[in-house]
Design a protein around this ligand. Structure first.
Ligand SMILES: [Zn+2]
Ligand SMILES: [Zn+2]
Length: 162
């Protein structure tokens, strides 16, 4: 069962990578080895990594690649709409390979960010913001709580205290 899931997610990742490469070309961004390596790491990392995390991951493969270049490429990707910046309560920006409508489960303890796809959330009735002189173009729902790993850690800490 788990094997089937991982095969499936590998297929999804390959498809997503192709899609990202294609949108790079469509946006007129040449697929340099640096850009390609970053796209690959982005697809592999299902955890909405920060620029710093991506730099560490890509650095292993392309040691000559500077931090500044990684940051610049990520900003180019975002500006071209190839990837998105995800709103996150943590200090650093997090990058998202999914630009289509979806929502996030954000862990308040480890700051992990997991995609959630849900029709009810997609159809949330947006308020009239005319009085605020604000024009809504997009929205994402962020559900905050604790991931499985952190729930376990918290329970353990409570148990130790008793
Ligand atoms: Zn957590
Ligand atoms: Zn996401």
């Amino acid at each position: 069962m788990s094997r089937r899931v991982s095969k499936q997610s590998r297929a999804d990742a390959a498809e997503r990578l192709e899609h990202l490469k294609l949108s790079c070309r469509e946006k007129g961004l040449r697929l340099t080895p640096q850009r390609r390596a970053l796209l690959e790491r982005l697809v592999e990392s299902g955890d909405h990594p920060s620029a710093e995390q991506l730099y560490a991951r890509v650095h292993r493969k392309l040691p000559g690649l500077s931090r500044a270049t990684v940051f610049r490429i990520l900003e180019q990707f975002v500006a071209s709409g190839i990837i998105a910046k995800a709103c996150h309560p943590g200090r650093s920006a997090r990058f998202d390979v999914r630009t289509e409508l979806h929502h996030h489960l954000v862990c308040l303890r480890c700051e992990s960010m997991t995609d959630i796809f849900n029709d009810t959330l997609d159809r949330v009735a947006l308020p009239d913001t005319t009085a605020y002189n604000f024009d809504i173009v997009d929205f994402r729902v962020q559900l905050r709580g604790y991931c499985k790993k952190c729930q376990r850690q918290i329970r353990r800490t409570v148990d130790e205290k008793q």
